[in-house]
Design a protein around this ligand. Structure first.
Ligand SMILES: [Zn+2]
Length: 492
Protein backbone atom coordinates (compact mmCIF):
# COMPACT_ATOMS: atom_id res chain seq x y z
CA UNK A 1 0.00 0.00 0.00
CA UNK A 2 2.95 2.34 0.62
CA UNK A 3 2.32 5.99 1.32
CA UNK A 4 -1.38 6.92 1.12
CA UNK A 5 -2.56 8.91 -1.88
CA UNK A 6 -4.07 12.33 -1.45
CA UNK A 7 -7.81 12.04 -0.97
CA UNK A 8 -10.62 14.04 0.59
CA UNK A 9 -11.25 13.59 4.29
CA UNK A 10 -7.85 12.23 5.26
CA UNK A 11 -5.18 14.21 7.01
CA UNK A 12 -1.44 14.02 6.98
CA UNK A 13 -0.14 12.70 10.31
CA UNK A 14 1.93 15.00 12.46
CA UNK A 15 5.66 14.13 12.64
CA UNK A 16 5.34 12.53 16.07
CA UNK A 17 2.03 10.79 15.35
CA UNK A 18 2.07 7.03 14.75
CA UNK A 19 -1.67 6.44 14.42
CA UNK A 20 -4.70 8.65 14.25
CA UNK A 21 -8.12 7.23 15.02
CA UNK A 22 -11.25 9.24 14.19
CA UNK A 23 -14.61 8.41 15.75
CA UNK A 24 -17.09 8.52 12.85
CA UNK A 25 -20.04 6.77 14.50
CA UNK A 26 -21.30 4.86 17.56
CA UNK A 27 -19.85 7.67 19.66
CA UNK A 28 -22.58 8.61 22.14
CA UNK A 29 -25.06 6.33 20.35
CA UNK A 30 -25.43 2.58 19.96
CA UNK A 31 -25.43 2.13 16.20
CA UNK A 32 -23.45 3.34 13.17
CA UNK A 33 -20.15 1.84 14.32
CA UNK A 34 -17.29 3.35 12.28
CA UNK A 35 -13.72 4.25 13.22
CA UNK A 36 -11.10 5.49 10.78
CA UNK A 37 -7.55 4.42 11.51
CA UNK A 38 -4.77 6.25 9.69
CA UNK A 39 -1.11 5.37 9.79
CA UNK A 40 1.79 6.65 7.68
CA UNK A 41 1.16 3.79 5.26
CA UNK A 42 -2.56 3.00 5.24
CA UNK A 43 -6.10 4.09 5.97
CA UNK A 44 -8.34 1.39 7.37
CA UNK A 45 -11.97 1.64 8.41
CA UNK A 46 -12.93 -0.47 11.42
CA UNK A 47 -16.63 -1.27 11.03
CA UNK A 48 -18.88 0.53 8.57
CA UNK A 49 -22.27 0.38 10.26
CA UNK A 50 -25.75 1.64 9.57
CA UNK A 51 -27.42 4.01 12.00
CA UNK A 52 -30.63 2.45 13.21
CA UNK A 53 -33.57 3.46 15.33
CA UNK A 54 -32.55 6.98 16.23
CA UNK A 55 -34.70 9.75 14.79
CA UNK A 56 -32.13 11.09 12.34
CA UNK A 57 -30.69 7.74 11.31
CA UNK A 58 -32.09 7.78 7.78
CA UNK A 59 -30.55 11.18 7.05
CA UNK A 60 -27.32 10.12 8.72
CA UNK A 61 -27.04 7.00 6.55
CA UNK A 62 -27.65 9.09 3.41
CA UNK A 63 -24.90 11.58 4.23
CA UNK A 64 -21.72 11.28 2.17
CA UNK A 65 -18.84 9.52 3.94
CA UNK A 66 -16.54 11.87 5.81
CA UNK A 67 -13.71 10.69 3.52
CA UNK A 68 -13.23 9.68 -0.09
CA UNK A 69 -14.13 5.98 -0.36
CA UNK A 70 -11.50 5.39 -3.05
CA UNK A 71 -8.80 6.68 -0.71
CA UNK A 72 -9.44 3.93 1.83
CA UNK A 73 -7.19 0.84 1.73
CA UNK A 74 -9.22 -1.76 3.63
CA UNK A 75 -12.17 -2.37 5.93
CA UNK A 76 -12.14 -4.58 9.03
CA UNK A 77 -15.50 -5.79 10.37
CA UNK A 78 -15.85 -6.94 13.98
CA UNK A 79 -19.08 -8.82 13.20
CA UNK A 80 -21.94 -9.12 10.76
CA UNK A 81 -24.69 -7.09 12.48
CA UNK A 82 -25.68 -4.27 10.12
CA UNK A 83 -25.03 -1.54 12.68
CA UNK A 84 -21.39 -2.62 12.22
CA UNK A 85 -21.39 -3.66 8.54
CA UNK A 86 -24.47 -2.24 6.82
CA UNK A 87 -22.86 0.72 5.04
CA UNK A 88 -20.23 -1.40 3.30
CA UNK A 89 -22.30 -1.71 0.09
CA UNK A 90 -22.62 2.09 0.00
CA UNK A 91 -18.86 2.37 0.48
CA UNK A 92 -18.30 0.04 -2.49
CA UNK A 93 -20.82 1.95 -4.60
CA UNK A 94 -18.94 5.17 -3.74
CA UNK A 95 -15.67 3.82 -5.11
CA UNK A 96 -14.00 1.74 -2.38
CA UNK A 97 -11.66 -0.73 -4.09
CA UNK A 98 -9.88 -2.50 -1.21
CA UNK A 99 -10.56 -5.71 0.69
CA UNK A 100 -13.01 -6.30 3.53
CA UNK A 101 -11.62 -8.42 6.35
CA UNK A 102 -13.78 -10.47 8.72
CA UNK A 103 -13.91 -13.86 10.45
CA UNK A 104 -15.01 -16.98 8.56
CA UNK A 105 -18.46 -17.33 10.19
CA UNK A 106 -19.02 -13.56 9.83
CA UNK A 107 -18.47 -13.96 6.09
CA UNK A 108 -21.41 -16.37 5.85
CA UNK A 109 -23.64 -14.14 7.95
CA UNK A 110 -22.67 -11.04 5.97
CA UNK A 111 -23.96 -12.81 2.86
CA UNK A 112 -27.35 -13.08 4.53
CA UNK A 113 -27.47 -9.69 6.27
CA UNK A 114 -26.07 -7.39 3.56
CA UNK A 115 -28.27 -8.86 0.81
CA UNK A 116 -31.28 -8.49 3.09
CA UNK A 117 -30.36 -4.93 4.03
CA UNK A 118 -29.97 -3.99 0.34
CA UNK A 119 -33.31 -5.60 -0.44
CA UNK A 120 -35.01 -3.59 2.32
CA UNK A 121 -33.50 -0.33 1.01
CA UNK A 122 -34.69 -1.12 -2.52
CA UNK A 123 -38.21 -1.95 -1.31
CA UNK A 124 -38.50 1.06 1.02
CA UNK A 125 -37.40 3.40 -1.76
CA UNK A 126 -39.87 1.83 -4.19
CA UNK A 127 -42.76 2.40 -1.74
CA UNK A 128 -41.66 5.94 -0.96
CA UNK A 129 -41.27 6.75 -4.66
CA UNK A 130 -44.79 5.55 -5.42
CA UNK A 131 -46.03 8.07 -2.85
CA UNK A 132 -43.78 10.78 -4.25
CA UNK A 133 -44.88 10.12 -7.80
CA UNK A 134 -48.51 10.62 -6.78
CA UNK A 135 -47.73 13.93 -5.07
CA UNK A 136 -45.37 15.13 -7.82
CA UNK A 137 -42.26 15.12 -5.63
CA UNK A 138 -38.80 14.23 -7.01
CA UNK A 139 -37.92 10.53 -6.77
CA UNK A 140 -35.28 9.11 -4.40
CA UNK A 141 -32.38 6.72 -4.97
CA UNK A 142 -32.06 3.74 -2.59
CA UNK A 143 -29.19 3.93 -0.10
CA UNK A 144 -27.74 1.02 -2.08
CA UNK A 145 -28.95 -1.93 -4.10
CA UNK A 146 -28.53 -5.70 -4.01
CA UNK A 147 -25.88 -5.40 -6.76
CA UNK A 148 -23.78 -3.18 -4.45
CA UNK A 149 -24.09 -5.76 -1.67
CA UNK A 150 -22.94 -8.49 -4.09
CA UNK A 151 -19.89 -6.43 -5.07
CA UNK A 152 -19.10 -5.85 -1.40
CA UNK A 153 -19.34 -9.59 -0.67
CA UNK A 154 -16.82 -10.28 -3.47
CA UNK A 155 -14.30 -8.15 -1.57
CA UNK A 156 -14.44 -10.27 1.58
CA UNK A 157 -11.24 -11.83 2.85
CA UNK A 158 -12.03 -14.20 5.71
CA UNK A 159 -9.78 -15.18 8.59
CA UNK A 160 -9.87 -17.76 11.37
CA UNK A 161 -9.91 -16.50 14.95
CA UNK A 162 -6.52 -16.01 16.62
CA UNK A 163 -4.39 -15.67 13.48
CA UNK A 164 -2.28 -12.51 13.11
CA UNK A 165 -2.88 -10.93 9.69
CA UNK A 166 -0.73 -8.23 8.06
CA UNK A 167 -3.04 -5.64 6.49
CA UNK A 168 -0.45 -3.06 5.42
CA UNK A 169 3.14 -2.00 6.04
CA UNK A 170 3.48 -1.92 9.83
CA UNK A 171 -0.15 -2.79 10.51
CA UNK A 172 -1.23 -6.19 11.82
CA UNK A 173 -4.59 -7.29 13.20
CA UNK A 174 -5.98 -10.34 14.96
CA UNK A 175 -9.59 -11.40 15.50
CA UNK A 176 -10.33 -12.85 18.93
CA UNK A 177 -13.66 -14.25 20.14
CA UNK A 178 -16.22 -11.80 21.50
CA UNK A 179 -19.20 -14.21 21.74
CA UNK A 180 -22.23 -11.92 21.06
CA UNK A 181 -23.22 -13.64 17.77
CA UNK A 182 -21.73 -16.27 15.49
CA UNK A 183 -18.37 -15.01 14.19
CA UNK A 184 -18.27 -11.90 16.41
CA UNK A 185 -14.77 -10.71 17.21
CA UNK A 186 -12.82 -8.16 19.14
CA UNK A 187 -9.96 -6.91 17.00
CA UNK A 188 -6.42 -6.26 18.14
CA UNK A 189 -4.49 -3.86 15.89
CA UNK A 190 -0.72 -3.30 16.13
CA UNK A 191 0.87 -0.35 14.39
CA UNK A 192 4.64 -0.19 14.11
CA UNK A 193 7.07 2.28 12.58
CA UNK A 194 10.73 2.97 13.27
CA UNK A 195 11.04 0.65 16.29
CA UNK A 196 7.94 1.98 18.02
CA UNK A 197 4.80 -0.15 18.26
CA UNK A 198 1.39 0.83 19.63
CA UNK A 199 -1.66 -1.33 20.02
CA UNK A 200 -5.37 -0.58 19.83
CA UNK A 201 -8.12 -3.00 20.80
CA UNK A 202 -11.64 -2.69 19.38
CA UNK A 203 -13.95 -4.63 21.67
CA UNK A 204 -16.71 -4.82 19.03
CA UNK A 205 -19.92 -5.99 20.66
CA UNK A 206 -19.19 -8.26 23.62
CA UNK A 207 -21.40 -11.19 24.47
CA UNK A 208 -22.44 -12.54 27.82
CA UNK A 209 -20.61 -14.97 29.98
CA UNK A 210 -23.37 -17.58 29.86
CA UNK A 211 -24.48 -17.53 26.23
CA UNK A 212 -25.33 -21.16 25.42
CA UNK A 213 -24.23 -21.49 21.79
CA UNK A 214 -20.82 -19.82 21.52
CA UNK A 215 -17.41 -20.00 23.17
CA UNK A 216 -16.65 -17.39 25.85
CA UNK A 217 -14.94 -14.10 24.92
CA UNK A 218 -11.17 -13.83 25.19
CA UNK A 219 -10.10 -10.43 26.45
CA UNK A 220 -6.76 -9.34 24.99
CA UNK A 221 -4.00 -8.97 27.56
CA UNK A 222 -2.56 -5.54 26.96
CA UNK A 223 -2.86 -2.44 24.76
CA UNK A 224 -2.25 1.30 24.63
CA UNK A 225 -5.87 2.10 23.81
CA UNK A 226 -9.10 0.14 23.99
CA UNK A 227 -12.47 1.08 22.49
CA UNK A 228 -14.99 -0.56 24.78
CA UNK A 229 -18.66 -1.03 23.94
CA UNK A 230 -21.14 0.27 26.52
CA UNK A 231 -24.58 -0.71 25.22
CA UNK A 232 -25.53 -1.97 28.70
CA UNK A 233 -22.95 0.04 30.59
CA UNK A 234 -25.42 1.10 33.27
CA UNK A 235 -26.59 -2.25 34.61
CA UNK A 236 -26.20 -5.96 35.02
CA UNK A 237 -28.67 -8.23 33.34
CA UNK A 238 -30.89 -10.47 35.38
CA UNK A 239 -29.48 -13.95 35.71
CA UNK A 240 -30.03 -16.15 32.73
CA UNK A 241 -31.65 -18.92 34.80
CA UNK A 242 -34.14 -16.40 36.14
CA UNK A 243 -34.90 -15.15 32.65
CA UNK A 244 -35.36 -18.63 31.20
CA UNK A 245 -37.71 -19.21 34.16
CA UNK A 246 -39.69 -16.10 33.17
CA UNK A 247 -39.84 -17.32 29.58
CA UNK A 248 -41.23 -20.65 30.77
CA UNK A 249 -43.85 -18.84 32.84
CA UNK A 250 -44.83 -16.50 30.01
CA UNK A 251 -45.23 -19.39 27.58
CA UNK A 252 -47.24 -21.49 30.02
CA UNK A 253 -49.62 -18.65 30.94
CA UNK A 254 -50.13 -17.53 27.37
CA UNK A 255 -50.94 -20.98 26.15
CA UNK A 256 -53.48 -21.32 28.98
CA UNK A 257 -55.15 -18.09 27.78
CA UNK A 258 -55.41 -19.51 24.28
CA UNK A 259 -53.78 -16.48 22.70
CA UNK A 260 -50.70 -16.17 20.55
CA UNK A 261 -47.27 -15.37 21.87
CA UNK A 262 -45.33 -12.96 19.67
CA UNK A 263 -41.59 -12.82 20.18
CA UNK A 264 -39.84 -10.16 18.09
CA UNK A 265 -36.32 -11.48 17.55
CA UNK A 266 -33.13 -10.38 15.94
CA UNK A 267 -32.73 -12.84 13.09
CA UNK A 268 -29.16 -13.61 13.98
CA UNK A 269 -28.34 -14.82 17.46
CA UNK A 270 -31.46 -14.13 19.48
CA UNK A 271 -33.71 -16.27 17.30
CA UNK A 272 -31.41 -19.28 17.64
CA UNK A 273 -30.95 -18.68 21.36
CA UNK A 274 -34.70 -18.50 22.06
CA UNK A 275 -35.34 -21.64 19.99
CA UNK A 276 -32.62 -23.35 22.01
CA UNK A 277 -34.22 -22.34 25.33
CA UNK A 278 -37.72 -23.40 24.26
CA UNK A 279 -36.24 -26.74 23.14
CA UNK A 280 -34.42 -27.12 26.46
CA UNK A 281 -37.55 -26.26 28.50
CA UNK A 282 -39.62 -28.77 26.55
CA UNK A 283 -37.12 -31.56 27.07
CA UNK A 284 -36.96 -30.76 30.78
CA UNK A 285 -40.80 -30.97 30.74
CA UNK A 286 -40.98 -27.45 32.14
CA UNK A 287 -43.38 -26.43 29.37
CA UNK A 288 -45.62 -28.48 27.09
CA UNK A 289 -44.50 -29.09 23.52
CA UNK A 290 -45.78 -25.98 21.76
CA UNK A 291 -46.39 -25.17 18.12
CA UNK A 292 -43.49 -22.78 17.45
CA UNK A 293 -43.16 -20.87 14.18
CA UNK A 294 -39.97 -19.21 13.03
CA UNK A 295 -41.38 -16.65 10.62
CA UNK A 296 -38.41 -14.85 9.12
CA UNK A 297 -36.53 -16.02 6.03
CA UNK A 298 -33.38 -14.39 7.34
CA UNK A 299 -33.63 -16.01 10.78
CA UNK A 300 -34.16 -19.35 9.04
CA UNK A 301 -30.97 -18.88 6.99
CA UNK A 302 -29.08 -17.78 10.11
CA UNK A 303 -30.37 -20.85 11.99
CA UNK A 304 -28.97 -23.00 9.18
CA UNK A 305 -25.60 -21.23 9.50
CA UNK A 306 -25.52 -21.77 13.26
CA UNK A 307 -26.10 -25.47 12.56
CA UNK A 308 -23.35 -25.49 9.89
CA UNK A 309 -20.79 -23.74 12.06
CA UNK A 310 -20.95 -26.53 14.55
CA UNK A 311 -17.17 -26.20 15.02
CA UNK A 312 -17.92 -23.33 17.41
CA UNK A 313 -20.08 -25.67 19.44
CA UNK A 314 -17.56 -28.48 19.34
CA UNK A 315 -14.92 -26.05 20.63
CA UNK A 316 -17.33 -25.03 23.36
CA UNK A 317 -17.95 -28.66 24.24
CA UNK A 318 -14.27 -29.42 24.58
CA UNK A 319 -13.73 -26.20 26.57
CA UNK A 320 -16.56 -26.82 29.03
CA UNK A 321 -16.84 -30.61 28.98
CA UNK A 322 -20.63 -30.40 28.60
CA UNK A 323 -22.78 -31.24 25.64
CA UNK A 324 -23.65 -28.14 23.65
CA UNK A 325 -25.89 -29.29 20.84
CA UNK A 326 -28.39 -26.61 19.86
CA UNK A 327 -31.77 -27.96 20.87
CA UNK A 328 -34.80 -26.77 18.97
CA UNK A 329 -38.51 -27.06 19.81
CA UNK A 330 -39.95 -30.41 18.71
CA UNK A 331 -42.92 -28.79 16.94
CA UNK A 332 -40.90 -26.13 15.09
CA UNK A 333 -42.21 -24.90 11.73
CA UNK A 334 -40.05 -22.74 9.48
CA UNK A 335 -42.18 -20.24 7.54
CA UNK A 336 -40.23 -19.43 4.40
CA UNK A 337 -42.87 -18.03 2.06
CA UNK A 338 -45.24 -15.07 2.55
CA UNK A 339 -48.15 -17.53 2.19
CA UNK A 340 -46.86 -19.63 5.09
CA UNK A 341 -46.54 -16.43 7.10
CA UNK A 342 -50.07 -15.30 6.30
CA UNK A 343 -51.51 -18.66 7.33
CA UNK A 344 -50.48 -17.79 10.88
CA UNK A 345 -53.13 -15.04 10.96
CA UNK A 346 -55.85 -17.59 11.62
CA UNK A 347 -54.00 -19.44 14.37
CA UNK A 348 -54.44 -19.39 18.14
CA UNK A 349 -52.12 -20.74 20.79
CA UNK A 350 -49.06 -20.37 18.59
CA UNK A 351 -45.63 -19.12 19.55
CA UNK A 352 -44.41 -16.89 16.72
CA UNK A 353 -40.80 -15.77 16.50
CA UNK A 354 -40.42 -13.12 13.84
CA UNK A 355 -38.19 -10.18 13.00
CA UNK A 356 -37.22 -7.40 12.99
CA UNK A 357 -36.11 -7.48 16.58
CA UNK A 358 -37.09 -3.87 17.30
CA UNK A 359 -40.39 -4.15 15.36
CA UNK A 360 -39.20 -1.63 12.79
CA UNK A 361 -40.01 -3.73 9.73
CA UNK A 362 -40.38 -7.29 8.55
CA UNK A 363 -43.10 -9.85 9.16
CA UNK A 364 -43.45 -9.11 12.88
CA UNK A 365 -45.38 -5.95 11.95
CA UNK A 366 -48.13 -8.03 10.35
CA UNK A 367 -48.37 -10.22 13.42
CA UNK A 368 -48.46 -7.19 15.71
CA UNK A 369 -51.24 -5.63 13.65
CA UNK A 370 -53.24 -8.86 13.84
CA UNK A 371 -52.71 -9.54 17.52
CA UNK A 372 -51.86 -6.42 19.55
CA UNK A 373 -55.51 -5.43 20.02
CA UNK A 374 -56.44 -8.82 21.52
CA UNK A 375 -56.29 -9.23 25.30
CA UNK A 376 -55.27 -12.87 24.96
CA UNK A 377 -52.05 -11.97 23.14
CA UNK A 378 -48.67 -11.89 24.81
CA UNK A 379 -45.76 -9.96 23.36
CA UNK A 380 -42.51 -11.14 24.85
CA UNK A 381 -39.65 -8.68 24.36
CA UNK A 382 -36.33 -10.48 24.48
CA UNK A 383 -33.93 -7.92 23.00
CA UNK A 384 -32.64 -4.37 23.13
CA UNK A 385 -35.09 -1.74 21.88
CA UNK A 386 -33.46 1.47 20.65
CA UNK A 387 -35.01 4.84 21.27
CA UNK A 388 -37.60 5.78 18.65
CA UNK A 389 -38.53 2.22 17.64
CA UNK A 390 -41.95 0.58 17.82
CA UNK A 391 -40.46 -2.02 20.18
CA UNK A 392 -39.42 0.71 22.60
CA UNK A 393 -42.92 2.22 22.47
CA UNK A 394 -44.41 -1.18 23.42
CA UNK A 395 -41.93 -1.62 26.27
CA UNK A 396 -42.76 1.91 27.41
CA UNK A 397 -46.46 0.97 27.76
CA UNK A 398 -47.91 2.80 24.72
CA UNK A 399 -51.72 2.34 24.59
CA UNK A 400 -51.88 2.91 20.85
CA UNK A 401 -49.20 2.49 18.19
CA UNK A 402 -49.11 3.12 14.45
CA UNK A 403 -48.47 0.19 12.15
CA UNK A 404 -48.47 0.68 8.37
CA UNK A 405 -49.88 4.16 9.01
CA UNK A 406 -52.91 2.86 10.96
CA UNK A 407 -53.51 3.26 14.69
CA UNK A 408 -53.63 -0.08 16.53
CA UNK A 409 -54.69 -0.23 20.16
CA UNK A 410 -52.49 -2.23 22.50
CA UNK A 411 -54.53 -4.65 24.65
CA UNK A 412 -51.93 -7.40 24.62
CA UNK A 413 -49.76 -8.09 27.64
CA UNK A 414 -46.23 -6.89 26.94
CA UNK A 415 -43.55 -8.59 28.97
CA UNK A 416 -39.91 -7.62 28.88
CA UNK A 417 -37.40 -10.32 29.70
CA UNK A 418 -34.23 -8.33 30.31
CA UNK A 419 -31.84 -11.21 30.77
CA UNK A 420 -31.48 -12.42 27.17
CA UNK A 421 -29.19 -9.69 25.97
CA UNK A 422 -26.46 -10.56 23.45
CA UNK A 423 -24.44 -7.83 25.15
CA UNK A 424 -22.32 -8.06 28.23
CA UNK A 425 -23.72 -6.25 31.27
CA UNK A 426 -21.82 -3.68 33.34
CA UNK A 427 -19.86 -6.15 35.52
CA UNK A 428 -18.98 -8.28 32.51
CA UNK A 429 -17.70 -5.19 30.65
CA UNK A 430 -15.59 -4.16 33.63
CA UNK A 431 -14.32 -7.74 33.96
CA UNK A 432 -13.39 -7.87 30.27
CA UNK A 433 -11.44 -4.60 30.29
CA UNK A 434 -9.84 -4.95 33.73
CA UNK A 435 -6.68 -6.69 32.47
CA UNK A 436 -6.25 -4.12 29.70
CA UNK A 437 -6.57 -1.26 32.18
CA UNK A 438 -4.01 -2.96 34.43
CA UNK A 439 -1.62 -3.08 31.44
CA UNK A 440 -1.92 0.72 31.19
CA UNK A 441 -4.44 0.91 28.36
CA UNK A 442 -6.49 4.09 28.05
CA UNK A 443 -10.21 3.49 27.57
CA UNK A 444 -12.65 5.15 25.18
CA UNK A 445 -16.30 4.19 25.57
CA UNK A 446 -18.34 3.65 22.39
CA UNK A 447 -21.60 2.00 21.25
CA UNK A 448 -23.68 3.35 24.09
CA UNK A 449 -26.33 5.97 24.69
CA UNK A 450 -24.88 8.82 26.68
CA UNK A 451 -26.30 7.93 30.13
CA UNK A 452 -25.25 4.30 29.79
CA UNK A 453 -21.65 5.02 29.01
CA UNK A 454 -21.53 7.75 31.66
CA UNK A 455 -22.63 5.12 34.19
CA UNK A 456 -19.99 2.70 32.92
CA UNK A 457 -17.34 5.43 33.13
CA UNK A 458 -18.26 6.03 36.78
CA UNK A 459 -18.12 2.30 37.53
CA UNK A 460 -14.76 1.91 35.78
CA UNK A 461 -13.33 4.78 37.78
CA UNK A 462 -14.60 3.29 41.03
CA UNK A 463 -13.45 -0.26 40.33
CA UNK A 464 -10.25 0.15 38.30
CA UNK A 465 -9.22 3.78 38.72
CA UNK A 466 -9.42 4.26 34.93
CA UNK A 467 -10.73 7.57 33.62
CA UNK A 468 -12.60 6.58 30.48
CA UNK A 469 -12.99 9.02 27.61
CA UNK A 470 -16.46 9.48 26.06
CA UNK A 471 -15.88 10.66 22.50
CA UNK A 472 -18.49 12.16 20.19
CA UNK A 473 -18.63 11.92 16.42
CA UNK A 474 -15.62 13.70 14.88
CA UNK A 475 -13.35 13.39 17.92
CA UNK A 476 -9.86 12.03 17.37
CA UNK A 477 -7.37 10.05 19.37
CA UNK A 478 -3.74 10.21 18.44
CA UNK A 479 -1.14 7.59 19.33
CA UNK A 480 2.30 9.17 19.66
CA UNK A 481 5.79 7.81 19.16
CA UNK A 482 7.18 9.62 22.22
CA UNK A 483 5.92 11.01 25.52
CA UNK A 484 2.29 10.38 26.48
CA UNK A 485 1.33 7.59 24.05
CA UNK A 486 -2.42 8.34 23.86
CA UNK A 487 -3.74 11.86 23.28
CA UNK A 488 -7.47 12.57 22.98
CA UNK A 489 -8.49 15.56 20.86
CA UNK A 490 -12.02 16.91 20.76
CA UNK A 491 -13.18 17.66 17.21
CA UNK A 492 -9.90 19.04 15.80
ZN1 LIG B 1 -23.81 -6.62 17.35
Amino acid sequence: MGSPRKARGFRRLEPDELVRLTFLGAAGEVTGSSFLLETGAARILFDCGLCQGERHSRAQNQRPFAFEAAGLDAVVLTHAHVDHSGLVPKLVRDGFRGKIHATLPSGDLLGVLLRDSAHIHEQDTKHENRRRERSGKPLLEPLYEVADAERALEKLVLHPFERVVELADGLRVRFVRARHILGAASVEAWVAAEHVERKIVFSGDLGRRHEPLLRPPEPPGEADLVLLESTYGDRDHKSLEHTVEELAQALTESVRDGGNVLIPVFAVGRAQEILHYIGTLERARRIPELPVFLDSPMAIRATELYRQHAECLRELESATGRRCQPLEPRRLTLCRTPEESMQLNGRHGAVILSSSGMCEGGRILHHLRHNLWRESTDVVIVGFQARGTLGRALVGGARTVRIFGEPVSVKARVRTLGGFSAHAGQSELVGWVRGLVASGARVALVHGEHEKRAALAAELLARTGARAWQPVRGDVVSLRRRGEPVVFVEKP
